[in-house]
Design a protein around this ligand. Structure first.
Ligand code: NAI
Length: 630
């Protein structure tokens, strides 16, 4: 039984993202010498009509005279309009099919281009209320049916009055004329649709604001296609994350709030309560206390490489997935390492310093090309491998050592141990991760094994190198040049003095942990992290998650996806499947992965199931979180 409810929907800037006349102008005036002036005039006349300075009919007449539309323009217009149907309309096709008889499109535009666009969604031609063109014998638009109330002021109200719908009427639109239907008593509710444009005068009058059709369907319990309206998912982005991230999250329809700095634990405990998606950089501490307050949190995005600022164990226990940007700044680090090794091999630092003091010291002594030299890379991960490729293209011979088994790229030679690299390399570059056991990986003993005149780079982590030992080996001439970007202790702000035993040493480049800090890297991070978080929200995919078992999932078609996160104890999968079997639910696909703390089970089921099973699945012991994707 269909409810006795009628849905009256506006076309321009509601069903489609645009005003059809603007698109028509681009087509019909394409090569017209007065294109721009006419487009301006059309806008002015539209405003005159809207402000009541001229009648709507006159405004329509004058605009058509300026636009000079022709029958031949219509197919192109229709194609363009089909491409710009509002996103939330596209994802809720099912609504149009289910309530076909009860859905009306109402517009002061023209049936000739509205009908082919809305028909694809199942809107019935008889339910399209719009104007109609009149054409002359050559196919030129010569006017419109001026007996149609929609060509006159107050047209939408008049048409609705004549329809006299026998039930509750809900109007969805972005314009004042849509509100007028409610104002005249012909509708029960007016929803201001703000997905494409937001007009203050209209929003003020609305019973509800609908940032998307999802919200309208959710409020009226009509949603079939989506789990939860995205505009109800609160996203909090702290620490000035890149604007591209903010744009991506907004375009997805989330309710996004930004804040330029980090929040204290106290502040974050308060702000986190209604937040589902949190984006931070390195300064925000996501402690277990913060997580205790996070009632709705699904995912945290660290817009940086490190995740030490997040209590990962607590996040995992709370069923919150964490993502970071592990290789968005890889290239930036590699470029700096390449530049530094060349600069050091030529003694440029000291030469430049002398020049600033007025000393001209022209000599080739101690200057070398990097071509043909042996580069020893310690840690052959994201950065080490990239460096390997670029260094080879400069003609260097690459040796590397990694504790894990790694694929050698290009002509790089794998070494069995650290010693082998240390003893042979002309340039040594560290790219290991920051695990505790790497503390003082390179100390007195290791420096003693290096060739005299070696160039030494550390752009990985500060604690990996014993600074006093490095100082000693620079001063005794073993290390002929070095570049250090990371330090065991780094100033917490730009106001704090940098204190370190390497200050003032010859041919030594010191940089303030900026190996990965480029605008390109920032933008890459800004794109990468939201991509991962949205994949997780939309499909349950956890690839590259720092704390969740990594699962890459196929897109969901014609099924529901049940996402179950639980403590990693035996037997949960069996219990999930028992509930499904007891309720006769057909499993279309199932994926399970565990790590030492949690199990992550994705079950795709066919569309028909009893809603009670949701309660039963939630009630399984050791369940941490459960959600459904439609
Ligand atoms: P990754 O995790 O991809 O690679 C690290 C590699 O080091 C792994 O293959 C691992 O097996 C290996 N490894 C760990 N301990 C080792 C040991 N004792 N001996 C030999 N191999 C060992 O990391 P990625 O992305 O390549 O980063 C490397 C380092 O660079 C990290 O410490 C990271 O924090 C740092 N980094 C520094 C930046 C800066 O601004 N200076 C920017 C980005 C990363």
């Amino acid at each position: 039984m269909k409810p006795n409810k009628y849905f009256v929907i506006d076309f321009d800037s509601t069903f489609t993202k645009v005003e059809a006349f603007d698109v028509l102008a681009e087509i019909s005036l394409n090569d017209h010498p007065e294109k721009e002036t006419r487009k301006e005039l059309v806008k002015e006349i539209t405003n005159l009509g809207m402000n009541g300075n001229i009648s709507f009919r006159e405004s329509l007449q004058r605009r058509l005279e300026l636009l000079e539309p022709h029958q031949k323009h219509l197919p192109q217009l229709v194609e363009k309009l089909k491409a710009v149907v509002s996103e939330s309309f596209k994802r809720n096709r099912e609504f149009f099919q289910t309530y076909q008889e009860n859905i009306y499109i109402i517009s002061n535009g023209f049936k000739e281009f509205i009908e082919p666009v809305v028909k694809e969604y199942g809107v019935l031609p008889k339910n399209i209320l719009a104007n109609e063109f009149r054409f002359d014998s050559q196919g030129k638009v010569s006017g419109f049916d001026d007996t149609n109330p929609l060509s006159a002021n107050n047209g939408k109200v008049e048409v609705l009055k004549r329809l006299s719908l026998p039930g509750d009427v809900y109007v969805i639109g972005d314009g004042y004329t849509d509100y007028e239907i409610k104002h005249s008593g012909l509708a029960n509710k007016f929803y201001a649709f703000t997905e494409n444009v937001e007009r203050e005068a209209v929003v003020e009058k609305a019973d509800h604001i609908a940032p998307s059709l999802d919200e309208f369907l959710y409020l009226n319990k009509l949603n079939t296609a989506i789990s939860y309206p995205k505009n109800r998912i609160n996203v909090l982005l702290l620490e000035n994350v890149h604007p591209v991230a903010v744009e991506m999250m907004k375009a997805e329809g989330f309710n996004v709030e930004t804040y330029p700095a980090a929040l204290t634990e106290e502040e974050l405990c308060e702000r986190i309560k209604n937040v589902s998606v949190l984006g931070i950089r390195s300064k925000t501490q996501v402690t277990s206390r913060v997580l205790e307050n996070a009632n709705r949190l699904m995912v945290i995005g660290a817009f940086c490489i490190g995740t030490n600022q997040i209590d990962l164990k607590a996040a995992t226990q709370k069923g919150v997935a964490v993502f970071n940007a592990p290789f968005s700044n890889t290239r930036s680090v590699v470029e700096l390492a390449i530049a530094e090794m060349i600069v050091l091999m030529r003694g440029i630092v000291d030469k430049s310093n002398k020049m600033h003091q007025g000393v001209w010291d022209k000599s080739a002594k101690g200057s070398f090309e990097v071509r043909g030299k042996k580069l020893g890379i310690i840690g052959y991960g994201n950065i080490g491998t990239q460096l390997s490729v670029l260094a080879e293209s400069l003609g260097m011979k690459v040796l590397y050592y990694d504790t894990e088994e790694k694929l050698s790229l290009g002509n790089a030679t794998k070494c069995k141990g650290l010693r082998e690299v240390l003893q042979q390399a002309d340039v040594i570059s560290l790219h290991v991760d920051g695990r505790d056991s790497n503390t003082n990986l390179i100390g007195e003993r290791e420096f003693a094994q290096m060739k005299k005149g070696v160039i030494f780079l550390n752009l990985s982590r500060g604690h990996v190198v014993d600074i006093e030992a490095l100082r000693k080996y620079i001063l005794n001439g073993t290390v002929a040049g070095c570049a250090v970007d990371v330090f065991p202790y780094e100033p917490v702000s730009n106001d704090e003095e940098f204190v370190n035993a390497l200050r003032g040493l010859p041919n030594t480049i010191l940089s303030p942990h900026i190996g990965g800090s480029t605008l390109e890297a920032q933008e890459n991070i800004g794109q990468f992290v939201p991509g991962k978080m949205m994949d997780y929200i939309n499909s349950g995919s956890t690839s590259n998650s720092v704390n969740f078992p990594n699962l890459t999932l196929p897109t969901l078609e014609n099924a529901h996806r049940l996402i179950h996160i639980h403590d990693n104890v035996p037997g949960i999968l069996a219990r999930i499947n028992q509930v499904l079997a007891d309720n006769g639910v057909n499993i279309v696909g199932q994926y399970l992965k565990t790590n030492e703390h949690i199990g992550y089970v994705i079950t795709d089921v066919n569309k028909l199931y009893d809603k009670d099973i949701v309660t039963k699945l939630r009630a399984i012991d050791h369940t941490i979180k459960f959600r459904i994707l439609y």
